[in-house]
Design a protein around this ligand. Structure first.
Ligand SMILES: NC(=O)C1=CN([C@@H]2O[C@H](COP(=O)(O)OP(=O)(O)OC[C@H]3O[C@@H](n4cnc5c(N)ncnc54)[C@H](O)[C@@H]3O)[C@@H](O)[C@H]2O)C=CC1
Ligand SMILES: O=C(O)C(=O)C[C@H](O)C(=O)CO
Length: 255
């Protein structure tokens, strides 16, 4: 048999920011591929909605509320997770946010909030789950952005967090490869979620996006599921340290 499995049966994933948007889609998609999923975010009601959709698929879902910027809460959340399951096979660092300010207007508070939500949280979860994965192996998927690779109008703070996530992905892959821990990133272009809905509702902004996208449209949330399951599954077993851009070709477009 040459064809490896693209399934996640008998595995457990932990997804941050799983209450809505991309995180919810990835959690449900991974459950469809066979995984049980630990759902982490701040708002319990949102997480319960994701959980009920996963349970309807016949998979287990565990809801853990946590502010991912708070190290004490992250440590407690990971400890709790390991009382619920024996091992975590896949960690998806997805929680993120943005405040769009021009560089000269960025406040210290904005800088701290965006860095802590998008970058520090991913490091803290990687450290706490990665510590346990040293014994079991596993894989980590960081949800970065094309904004970490090319210059966009998203604002400088968001861009620096995503560029740093891409570099963090490489260094953790290097350090933890010998322990059979793979670390990869996904770099989405625009997908409609509560984060981006206001932007995509502006016809002029939407046109600008579509015009620089060879596939001529924004992505569907389900189009992030295949790449995530691929990276998490045995099909991705020799891939580490990489960023897979799921961008309709945006990042390869020249003149
Ligand atoms: N929607 C898009 O087009 C793109 C999104 N991304 C990234 O994908 C990730 C998910 O984004 P969306 O689903 O669009 O956003 P969203 O705003 O719809 O969802 C973000 C999730 O993160 C959670 N979250 C935020 N701060 C948190 C905190 N302090 N503690 C716990 N949970 C927290 C929210 O509760 C929510 O569940 C983010 O990292 C974002 O930067 C990257 C590229 C494109
Ligand atoms: O443009 C914004 O504002 C964003 O939040 C950026 C998107 O989430 C993104 O990363 C586009 O790739």
């Amino acid at each position: 048999m040459y064809l490896p499995t693209f399934r996640l049966d008998q595995t457990t994933a932990l997804v941050t920011g799983a209450g809505r948007g991309i995180g919810r889609a990835l959690a449900i998609g991974m459950a469809e591929a066979g995984a049980d999923v630990i759902l982490v975010a701040r708002t319990e009601a949102d997480l319960q909605e994701t959980a009920s959709r996963i349970e309807a698929l016949g998979r287990q879902a565990f809801v853990l509320t946590c502010d991912v910027t708070d190290r004490t809460q992250v440590i407690a959340t990971v400890e709790k997770a390991y009382t619920l399951v024996n091992r975590i096979d896949t960690l998806v660092n997805n929680a993120g946010m943005n405040i769009r300010s021009k560089a000269l207007d960025v406040t210290e508070d904005e800088w701290e909030t965006i860095q802590q939500t998008n970058l520090k949280s991913a490091f803290l979860f990687s450290q706490e789950v990665g510590r346990r994965m040293q014994d079991t192996g596993g894989n980590i998927i960081n949800i970065a952005s094309v904004a970490g690779h090319v210059a966009l109008r998203t604002g400088v703070v968001y861009a620096t967090t995503k560029a740093a996530l891409i570099q963090m992905t490489k260094v953790l892959a290097l350090e933890w490869g010998p322990k059979n821990i793979r670390v990869n990133a996904i770099g989405p272009w625009y997908f409609k979620t509560p984060l981006t809905e206001p932007l995509l509702a502006d016809p002029a902004y939407l046109k600008d996006i579509v015009d620089v996208t060879p596939l001529g449209r924004v992505g569907e949330l389900t189009e992030l599921v295949g790449p995530t399951v691929f990276l998490a599954s045995d099909a991705g077993s020799y891939i580490t340290g990489q960023t897979l851009f799921v961008d309709g070709g945006m990042t390869i477009k020249g003149f």
